[in-house]
Design a protein around this ligand. Structure first.
Ligand SMILES: [Zn+2]
Length: 184
């Protein structure tokens, strides 16, 4: 029967079965996602690349069902997460970047789709079948920041460069404060 995460099956069948999929797979098994991480780490000197980056576990849960009482509109709810190795765009050092995504999807091949009520998002399929792993991978890729960076000064040695990022961040408040001082 194979791994339910990797088998391409009709969305109507998954929904009717109420298929639940628990996920715990190495990121190395997700080709596109791993490709993006690998390209990012390629910016590092080879001795700085974390040797076990492919081992990071993608975890989560998917649950297929219906979004409507008439059982016409297939839905997929769940969550997926992984902590990847990434390169900080500020200091160019590797760090661990957590990615997570909550899914509330209406997978459909119909152009018009159903109305997206109750906080669901349409998820376009090429045909009436779906490979759950593709959705997991796509959701995590979309959760990636445009520019990955350490989020604290402690971790990042370039966090507060003189005249750099820190000053830019502070300036609006400084300007506001100056104006308030003049007003009083
Ligand atoms: Zn950094």
């Amino acid at each position: 029967m194979g791994n339910p995460l990797r088998v391409r099956r009709p969305i109507a069948e998954l929904a009717a079965k109420g298929q639940v999929i628990e996920i715990a797979e190495k990121i190395g098994n997700f080709e596109r996602l791993a490709g993006i991480v690998e390209a990012d780490l390629g910016a590092l000197d080879s001795d700085k690349i974390p040797p076990d980056w492919r081992e990071s576990l993608v975890t989560g849960r998917l649950e297929f069902g219906f979004a409507d009482a008439q059982q016409q509109v297939a839905s997929l709810v769940g969550e997926v997460a992984v902590t990847v190795d990434a390169v900080c765009q500020r200091c160019l050092e590797p760090f661990r970047l957590p990615l997570a995504s909550e899914l509330r999807l209406l997978p459909t091949a119909e152009e018009q789709g159903a109305s997206t009520g109750a906080g669901f998002e349409l998820w376009e399929l090429d045909d009436d079948r779906v490979c759950p792993a593709d959705i997991v991978e796509e959701a995590l890729i979309m959760a990636m920041p445009l520019s990955a960076m350490h989020d604290t000064a402690v971790a990042c040695r370039e966090y507060e460069p003189a005249g750099g990022e820190a000053e830019r961040t502070v300036r609006p408040f400084a300007a506001l404060k100056n104006r308030m001082d003049q007003d009083t």
